[in-house]
Design a protein around this ligand. Sequence first.
Ligand code: BGC
Length: 734
Amino acid sequence: MNIESLLEQMTLQEKIGQLVQILPSVYDPQTSDTVTGPVAQLMEESGLTEENRFELGSVIGINQAEQALRIQQNYLKHNRLGIPLLFMADIVHGHRTIYPVPLALASMWDISEMELMARQSAIEAAASGLHVTFSPMVDLVRDARWGRVMESTGEDVWLNGEYAKAFVRGYQTDDLTRSDSLAACVKHFAAYGAAEGGRDYNTVDMSDRELREFYLPAYLKAIEAGARLIMTSFNVVDGVPATASTYLLRQILRNEWQFDGVTISDWSSIKELIQHGVAGSLAEAGEKGIKAGVDIDMMSGAYLNHLEQQIEEHVVSIDLVDEAVRRILILKQDLGLFENPYRGIDPELEKRIHLSKEHRDTARRLAEKSCVLLKNDHILPLAESQRIALIGPFATSTDVLGPWAGSGKQEEAITVRDALDEANIKYVFAEGSTVDAEIDWDQAMEVAKQAEVILLALGEASWMSGEAGSRTDIRLPKTQREGLARLATLGKPIVTVLFNGRPLDLREVVEHSDAVLEAWYPGTEAGRAIHRLLFGHAIPSGKLTISFPYHVGQLPMRYDALPTGRPMTIEGADPRYTSKYLDAPNEALFPFGYGLSYTHFSYSQLTLCEQSKESIWEASVLVTNEGTLDAEEIVQWYVQDPVADVSRPLRQLKGYERVFVKAGSNREVTFRIDASMLMYQHPDGSVKADAGEFILYAGSDSTCTLHETFWLKQTIEKEQFDEHINDRSTSTTR
Ligand code: BGC
């Protein structure tokens, strides 16, 4: 297909149509009886007419092969130039087989498993006819009040970027024409995760240095990995809504990053420019959107209603429309849609592959790796011979898929009770209640009295996190906390398993429980994974990628905090006038990187040596498995730059390795540091590593203390470093 000659044949109305995204109900004849309502309404609000209906470019929310087939066939019967529709949806942590939520997946610290999750999700979704997923969501988050934290991979800039790349590789592969690949739409550009007060859609304001150093890198990494689309965010940045920001969308995205893919608004975020107070009408909102560089208007009607007139009146240049249409057509072409508009759609494959054994096995394994053991006072793993009381709403709740569960069905999820039954574990059971209702704790107490150990499954209902799921109280619901406290009066060991989408204030849970397993929302295979972990068939290895505060009042919180001028540790200071709370510690209850195992690992013999004069250091550390079980440990490497041009984080993650260490033995783990890891954004905009002292830490979480010092002899600029790397790679390929 020659895109330029296609563009030439298109009328202005056809071009504008490509820039519009609409719901499937507009086309789906199977739902014709219920469609008239929404379609009529859409026609009024969004400029949709019988004539332009078959000129629109993309549809949001397809989830099934037969539906995709019907819509595309019907559409192509009417579309004058035979330009196929693009089908997009939120495939965030699985399509039909649901894997753990992203924040849980991040706790695996396993890039290849993340990539596999994205691959299997794409295989399932492509068979249902999808072409684009609105994923990965790479927003950096430091505030557990924000409900969408469950959709992120956490609070670390570097790790988020590594995961961003893995998602993109998994969805897209290196060949977008493959019928089982999906184009990735990275979101939400930019800094959506920094909403003030953790309230969704709220203001974001930060320095440009902060934005560039912490918030932007993960979007860039997704783009460098080949992500074909990017979605704007709902929030303002420095007073300008991201959806109307020429700074973000033109200066940074197009000029600096040279992104040539498709930009898309978030749901109605063009129209919301009115509510933000930067547009007086839908027409003006659309004008701002297209001028800023938003190619596709998702669900606001601004382009469809007003762009034609704006072009005719020369308020908006046709060149802007052409540019956007060109990018969309190229995407369609690169997906192979012009050759085969039914690319991927396969009802038979869909039946075979959705919830296939292979995908379910992966979902179970990933759920095992995602769970984080927060506390264990010699009670886990449980023995099958122990008399167990199974109590709590999540013992039987199927609300374990979490928000953004694609086409996953709760009734297909395995509960904790299902898994215990499957494994023939004997237990006494207290009839639960739904997650958000009052619980009959009298009955639970009676049941608990009959047991040796209490297995308590607690958590947040999934509606309590996710989009628009912000909370100011991040404790478990009151009835659950009260029940736990009552059960604790029995003096029997309590193992609490938690299902939730955010870091919680777990003080009471920790106080009353002998063991705490953070299971997040583990997905379709939830129960099986938890059963295997609780009974020692699998060993917990997950580690947090976000801090768990003591108290909501500490938020926002980050492990990579800057020092203050008055740290609590400063010698000779009057303790009153140091940086602290009067009623809570500064630190997290469970820090970034934290997670226990059924064994214990110790770290020793940290060594560091510089390789020739290359400003490359080789570090090594000895990791010893002190226990009696073979297990995996996530070895973490952090660097601190104690004296710099600006105040630098107390430490920053620079690398990690998941290693298997046999019981009673040890393993040397090595790590290579180069100057790029020491660079930061200077006040003048340059990126460089300053000559001077650095400190390397190695250990099992972000509070590790084992360290060594090293020196960078001369300042190294990023350009200089990149050139050097390029020279070296060309000379080695030669
Ligand atoms: C969300 C996006 C999502 C879009 C489409 C919006 O409300 O913010 O993350 O991709 O809806 O479902």
